[in-house]
Design a protein around this ligand. Structure first.
Ligand SMILES: NC(=O)c1ccc[n+]([C@@H]2O[C@H](COP(=O)([O-])OP(=O)(O)OC[C@H]3O[C@@H](n4cnc5c(N)ncnc54)[C@H](OP(=O)(O)O)[C@@H]3O)[C@@H](O)[C@H]2O)c1
Length: 230
């Protein structure tokens, strides 16, 4: 890509795989997170860390200026009120990042890590500060932004392959399952380089079987949310 890729939450467990993959592709990578200590401990050499909080727009500006793409993978708080309620990161944070990334007229591709059940407002998970409602609101903010985007809804994240080696992409927010963090990261990375991944929302799980041969085919089989964005 011509300009840096920004990974918001790039010091996290999924984010670190994304950063690694981008560096292997020789991309220029900026990582946003709150903890410089965590960045020192977790971040691969080569990525540039920018300390910022998605809940505080004034901290974001320079970190997102002029980027080619953004991946957003921020873990929400689960309080019912206050700064650690899900709304602050899952909705306001997404809006703040979109605003900062487009302030100079830039139009980066934005990949948002959301979650399975984002459309199921009656799900028990929504008892945690209306987590799912705010996930969906963040998704909608992105879908309505007019930017090229991809919304990835992982099932339950795990760190091993116990749910199987095959990746399954679904649409319609049905079913349930687990997925390896490494595979979610790969889906985000591949989305950045695959035109068919633009303008789609999908769930991702693992299942037993061999890995599928082609991400572009897998993305090509998905339905667009709306008219494709350029
Ligand atoms: N757990 C599941 O089963 C599950 C299922 C579906 C989707 N997801 C979602 O998948 C994504 C990746 O998960 P993960 O396991 O990789 O999460 P993680 O390891 O907890 O990493 C979260 C990242 O977000 C950053 N972050 C948190 N609050 C922030 C803020 N206010 N401003 C800027 N950065 C902030 C953290 O850095 P600092 O703490 O230094 O800020 C860290 O880099 C998350 O969005 C998660 O909610 C999880």
């Amino acid at each position: 890509m011509d300009n840096p890729v920004v990974v918001v939450g790039g010091t996290g467990r999924v984010g670190r795989f994304i950063v690694q993959g981008l560096l292997e592709r020789r991309e220029s990578v900026r990582v946003i997170g709150r903890s410089a200590h965590r960045a020192r401990r977790e971040l691969a050499p080569g990525a540039v860390f920018r300390q910022a909080d998605v809940r505080a727009p004034q901290t974001l500006g320079g970190a997102l200026a002029g980027c080619s793409a953004v991946v957003y993978g921020v873990e929400p708080g689960t309080e019912q009120s206050g700064p650690d309620r899900p709304e602050t990161t899952l909705c306001h944070g997404v809006r703040n990042v979109l605003k900062a990334a487009t302030a100079d007229g830039n139009r980066p591709h934005v990949v948002l890590i959301s979650q399975l059940h984002a459309t199921h407002q009656g799900h028990p998970l929504n008892a945690y500060g209306r987590l799912l409602s705010w996930r969906f609101a963040g998704e909608e903010a992105l879908r309505e932004s007019g930017l090229p985007y991809t919304v990835v809804r992982p099932g339950w994240l795990i760190d091993d392959r116990s749910a199987g080696h095959r990746v399954r992409l679904h649409q319609g927010d049905q079913g349930t399952g687990q997925v390896a963090r490494r595979d979610v990261a790969e889906a985000c990375l591949q989305a950045l380089y695959t035109p068919a991944a633009r303008g789609v929302t999908f769930e991702i799980f693992n299942e037993p079987g061999v890995p599928f041969p082609s991400w572009s085919e897998a993305y090509g089989s998905l339905a667009w949310d709306r008219t494709p964005v350029a």
